[in-house]
Every structure is written in C-alpha cells, then in structure tokens.
Design a protein around this ligand. Structure first.
Ligand SMILES: O=C(O)CCC(=O)C(=O)O
Length: 378
C-alpha cells in the first residue's frame, strides 16, 4: 500500500515539487536523426511511467485553445439536463459537459453525487468530452508534428487513438480526480504488467495532457513514479482515496504549452483545486494498434460524457481503423492553418478520407455515428 504523509499541505506541495524536479523526466522533445525520441527520454518514461515535455506549443496556439475553450465554457448548460446556457442561448454540444459540485471534495466522475447538485447561476464545468469536433484548435493540436513523432516513438508508426477530453479544474473549486490506474485489460493474473520494462508487449497506452494554463502542485495531476508496473486492483486490492496524500507521489507541473505524458497504468489523481489558478489540460490519448485490435474489454469512453453505463466490446480491425482516421484528418486540418510547417506523415492504416473539409467535419460529428463512438478503452 502507498505510504501516507502527515505533512501539512503547504509542505506536501513544496516537497512534491522538489521530488518531481529531481526525477530527471522533464525537458524539451529531442529527436534522433531517424525521427525517434532520444533514448534517455524513452528510458525515463519507462522507468517512472510519466514524462514532461516542455515548450511544445507556441503562444499563438495556447491563446487559440484558451479562447475556444472559454467559448465552450460560456455555452455550458446551466444544469446537467438543461439545453440552454446562462445567457439563455441553446447549448451547442448538450450532453458533452461534466458538471461538478461547487463544494469541491467530490470526485469529478462521481455521477450520482454530482446529479444531486444545485447550479445557482454559474455552472462549474469539470470536463468536456470529445473536443476534437468542437474546437479546431484542439484538432490542430492533435495533428502537431512533434507530438505525433513522439507518439510514434513510443507506440510505433501504426499508433491509434484512445480518447480525448479537456480537464478543467476551476480556480478555488476544482473537483478532484480520484487516485486510479486506467488500464484494465493487459495485466497478468498476478497483477504485474504485460508491458515490459522497455515498453514492449501489450500496453494500455498513454495520455498526453497538453496544457494551456499553469499547472501547479495545487491544481495539477499527481503521479506515483514507477506505479505502472503493478495493478492495484488485482487480488482484491483497491485504489487509495484522493483524501490520502500519498508520500511518494509527485506533481506533474506544466507551463502553458508543456505536455505531460502519463502511462495509463500509472497510479494518478488530482487533489481539489483550492488555489486561485484554474487548470486546463487537453487530454490526447494514444495506443499501440496491436494492443487494441482483437482485445475484448469493457468500454467506458465511447459515450457523450463519462456515464454510469458501460459496454462490453471486442475491437475489430474496422472499428480501430475507422477511429484512426482522426489522425490524418487532424494533420490535414493543421496543414491548412500552418502550411509552412514540416507536417507529420502518418503511415498507419485508417479507413475513410483524409481531407479536412466541410464534408469530413459533418461525417465525424454525424448524430449517432460521431468519431468518438469508436473510442478505445483498454
Ligand atoms: O488531469 C486529471 O486530473 C486527470 C487525468 C486522468 O485521469 C488521466 O490522464 O487518465
């Protein structure tokens, strides 16, 4: 079991920051001549189960993400079932928002507790699911050439998507995310990972938190280094409560434009944000293709927003390759905005056209067949 600390929260945040900076798993993306990430970056990622890439997005992109996200927030429903926002306008994406309590101790995903809430006049948005069809800035970030080069270095050239969302931890009232490991499929019976120490074998993929705010120890995601090697739920185990300040956990601090890559098997969570700084992170998830195709599991992501419903699935090649189409579409959307950039060339297979235009925009957001209906929980 993880050790709890008796430190005051100020000491805990301060010492966590120091421990995080000593790990040696942060810095700019560095690539070898063959386009793959430098080996020391990959080794640190595989050792600790997370890595912080600094300075990936420039200020222009950060500003566009913030602007479009603020528009999405302004158009949030006034209560979970409402169809209008606080200005009386129709909500453009009803059902995609997760609203959270203003009393900020309840886990963001605790739907039952959240449904009992009252929403006076200013909805508190904790999560926006599937932003690639809402924000062109998010779609273009998804096609960022360095991000995709990095993904190919970790998951292979035929990497495929997992899921995308935006975590929003409002200043002073951001709901916590409980301690958890996301991976549920590729574990051995004794709870050890199928993924090997150098990242080979089937994996649960990783999430990349693309930051467009200051992510501080008070509001950011915390990770227990090295925890991706064993599943805490095996043999009747459980996850600690987020009220436990785990002594060996470290904060994944990010400046705007930084990206934090977290192995989905790592134990991670975030404390209630009581600071005066909001946290906004665009979460982009990626898998190895051969960890996805043919896998039977329970899907919890292919829903408008996190739901109490789940579905049993077996991922066919067609399912996965149709979802993979979002990668070339994002690359094309990005090329149109930044034509002089050295675009990433996706060599994985996919089903569907790769041109980003009005027709493909309509296809990926078609009611009942939206691209996210093929999100890939592993
Ligand atoms: O950013 C957070 O607070 C939660 C992120 C998370 O749960 C994840 O990366 O799986």
């Amino acid at each position: 079991m993880p050790k709890q600390t008796k430190n005051t929260s100020t000491d805990y945040y301060k010492e966590g920051r120091q421990r995080a900076l000593q790990l040696g798993n942060r810095g700019p993306m560095r690539f070898k001549e063959n386009g793959r990430l430098e080996d020391d970056i990959l080794s640190a990622y595989h050792q600790f189960g997370f890595y912080v890439f600094t300075g990936v997005l420039d200020q222009h992109e950060i500003d566009l993400l913030s602007k479009e996200f603020d528009e999405i927030l302004e158009n949030a429903p006034v209560s979970p079932d409402a169809t209008t926002d606080r200005h009386g306008r129709p909500v453009k994406f009803p059902g995609y928002y997760t609203l959270v309590p203003i009393q900020n101790e309840t886990n963001i995903f605790d739907k039952q507790a959240n449904e009992k809430l009252e929403f006076p006049d200013n909805p508190n948005v904790g999560l926006v699911s599937h932003p690639l069809m809402m924000m062109d800035s998010a779609l273009r970030a998804y096609g960022h050439p360095d991000i995709l080069r990095m993904v190919a270095s970790v998951n292979g050239d035929d990497f495929v998507p997992f899921h995308e969302a935006i975590f929003h931890k409002g200043a002073g009232h951001g709901a916590p995310t409980n301690w958890h490991q996301d991976g549920r499929t590729h574990w051995k019976a004794d709870g050890s990972a199928i993924e090997t120490a150098d990242g080979n074998g089937k994996t649960h993929g990783f999430n990349l938190s693309v930051s467009f705010s200051q992510c501080t120890p008070q509001n950011c995601l915390w990770v227990v280094p090295g925890s991706h090697k064993n599943w805490r739920l095996s043999n009747g185990g459980s996850f600690p409560s987020i009220s436990e300040r785990i002594a060996e956990a470290v904060p994944m601090m990010l400046e705007p434009g930084d990206c934090g890559m977290v192995n989905r098997s790592s134990l991670h969570g975030s404390y209630p944000n009581k600071s005066n700084e909001r946290r906004c992170t665009l979460l982009l998830g990626f898998h190895k293709r051969d960890s996805a195709i043919g896998t039977k599991t329970t899907n919890v992501h292919a829903f408008k927003s996190p739901s109490t419903t789940v579905k049993d699935v077996e991922y066919s090649e067609e399912y996965v390759l149709k979802r993979a189409r979002m990668i070339p579409l994002a690359i094309d959307a990005r090329k149109q905005k930044y034509p002089s950039e050295n675009a990433y060339e996706y060599t994985g297979s996919y089903i569907g056209g790769s041109k980003w235009n009005d027709a493909s925009r309509a296809e990926i957001s078609q009611n009942g067949d939206e691209y996210w209906q093929r999100d890939i929980t592993l």
